[in-house]
Design a protein around this ligand. Structure first.
Ligand code: CA
Length: 232
């Protein structure tokens, strides 16, 4: 059965471009042009993924996302935001609200398709979190709290290890500093998000040649490299 994708975009030419390319990849597209219609559609349809423009007439993309993520029946549907580059602060809010990914306009359809595929793959693989995770020559042993690269052990602090472990759960997914603080430190409220930068810097230094695994997403946060994803 074809995966259904709800596309919420008020700019008709962009909506058509997205629809055309998703159709060509074998997805079933449900196009809507505003947030209200998106929410009405979600009462009847359960898509496998939502592509959501931020700037919409009426209920905007962030509010639509908030409503979806507060609904127990809908909250697990992955969301990819479409945004303009200048909307960095909105991107952060969107990710905090539970959106899974974002693509900045103007985008190439190839990139959007790659993100859709990567996200659907991540969702289906997410269920199995291995104790021993191997990423090429980098090995993270989450039971023994050990990391090695090309067979050589890397000594990390607990915070550094926890950040690496957390990011590696979902390669390719961007996390904001706040999200990392929330997940890595139980008493996150005492940690300022800039502390994440300090730990990441330390982590990268120790990872040395494997430092590329921890990627900075300028203005937004960090992610673990998804080596299976297409280059951008
Ligand atoms: Ca728009």
């Amino acid at each position: 059965m074809k995966t259904k994708i709800l596309v919420v975009e008020d700019e008709k030419d962009i909506a058509e471009l997205v629809e055309y390319n998703l159709n060509r990849e074998g997805y079933h597209v449900i196009p809507v042009y505003d947030g209200e219609t998106a929410l009405e559609t979600l009462e009847k349809e359960q898509p496998g993924l939502i592509i959501l423009d931020l700037m919409l007439p009426g209920i905007d993309g962030l509010e639509t996302c908030r409503i979806i993520k507060q609904d127990p029946k809908l909250k697990n549907i992955p969301i990819i935001f479409l945004t303009a580059k200048s909307e960095e602060s909105d991107i952060i809010v969107g990710l905090q609200l539970g959106a899974d990914d974002y693509v900045t306009k103007p985008f190439s359809p190839k990139i959007l398709i790659a993100r859709v595929k990567a996200l659907l793959r991540r969702i289906s693989e997410k269920i199995v979190l291995k104790d021993l995770r191997k990423f090429d020559d980098l090995v993270i042993d989450t039971k023994k709290y050990k990391v090695s690269y090309k067979g050589k052990p890397i000594e990390l602090t607990m915070s550094e290890f926890n950040i690496l472990e957390f990011l590696s759960r979902q390669p390719g997914r961007v996390f904001t500093r706040d999200q990392i603080v929330d997940k890595v430190w139980k008493d996150g409220k005492f940690i300022i998000d800039r502390a994440v930068d300090v730990h990441i810097r330390g982590l990268r230094k120790k990872l040395d040649k494997a430092a590329d695994f921890v990627e900075t997403v300028r203005g937004v946060g960090y992610r673990f490299k998804d080596s299976s994803e297409c280059d951008e």
